[in-house]
Design a protein around this ligand. Sequence first.
Ligand code: NAP
Ligand code: G4F
Length: 320
Amino acid sequence: MAKRALITGITGQDGSYLADHLLEQGYEVFGMVRRSSTETLGRVAHLQDRVEFLQADLLDQASLDRAVQDAAADEIYNLAAQSFVPTSWSQPSLTGEFTGLGVLRLLESVRKLDPRARFYQASSSEMFGKVREVPQNELTPFHPRSPYAVAKTFGHHITVNYRESYGLYAVSGILFNHESPRRGREFVTRKITDAVARIKLGLAGELRLGNLDAQRDWGYAGDYVRAMHLMLQQPEPGDFVIATGRTHSVREFLEIAFGHAGLKWEDHVVQDPRYMRPAEVDQLRGDAGKARRELGWEPTVSFEQLVTMMVDSDLALLGG
Ligand code: NAP
Ligand code: G4F
């Protein structure tokens, strides 16, 4: 019989790639979506006939109970969150509710109604924040630098706690930044590649950005969802860092993205204090050695391939 998976956040970047991957593996996929007055299924439009959508919200325990009960899933992937770091300063309570307490609510539903299910929590390298060592691994202490990162740190610890308290098969994947043509346009990578396409096609002239010196360990989302699945196939539950091990600055991203379109970024980029953060995470670089050894996981897309893939996709979307 086909395995059943429930994905929260299926309408997001990772949810859509994970649904693609699990359907390829022969899973029956259930996707949790929240009520909205407008269409949010764009990223999973190609899967609408193959996924069963269940309406629920991370704020609403009864709806989570129902979704967990109806899906009766073997594997539950909790990808839903308020995931944009700047919004976590303007909406800190809501971010705490979605991104922190939402994890607890979902774990409670699993504990009560489907305790045999394997549970994946989407944790983040943002938890390392003001980093204590480079590169960061599963044992590196956390120093979160935003309300988002604080909420994710709660989500991480409560997942470990439910594993230790109730014996749930619950794991936390500490994923470093991962991007794709399906990335939201507010994140810096997609903001850049979308702007490159617009500038190339004469639809825009400038791009306003914040800190160009920040460094991130950027990978490809399609590679990272494979790691999520692998984490739930292990004999014992455990936590894993997923990263490429390489770090690049926003400036290097600009160089390749504009260069790929035959443009010079210095001619178009304007630094704007509005996009600077109250507290910055200066440098992230992950050590995914444990994932390589125990999961056999490797990234397949290089930084250059990722940037050019995103620029090409945005050019194609705009008809270029
Ligand atoms: P994303 O594109 O922002 O997607 C977030 C998803 O969460 C969307 O489907 C959204 O639904 C859903 N959601 C938000 N609030 C909800 C609520 N109250 N109830 C139910 N659903 C809700 O994020 P992503 O990049 O795919 O990331 C997936 C997860 O991994 C997130 O938890 C993120 O924090 C974490 N993460 C991401 C990265 C990365 O680099 N991408 C790295 C580490 C960790 P709507 O479509 O209705 O808004
Ligand atoms: O693309 P970003 O907004 O991603 P950030 O803050 O690293 O968070 C992403 O990755 C996390 C994993 O580490 C996830 F947990 C989280 O959910 C999200 O997916 O910003 C990257 C860097 C920052 O240092 C930021 O200050 O780019 C810098 N940046 C410079 N100018 C900008 C801009 N970021 C954005 N979004 N917009 C700018 O104009």
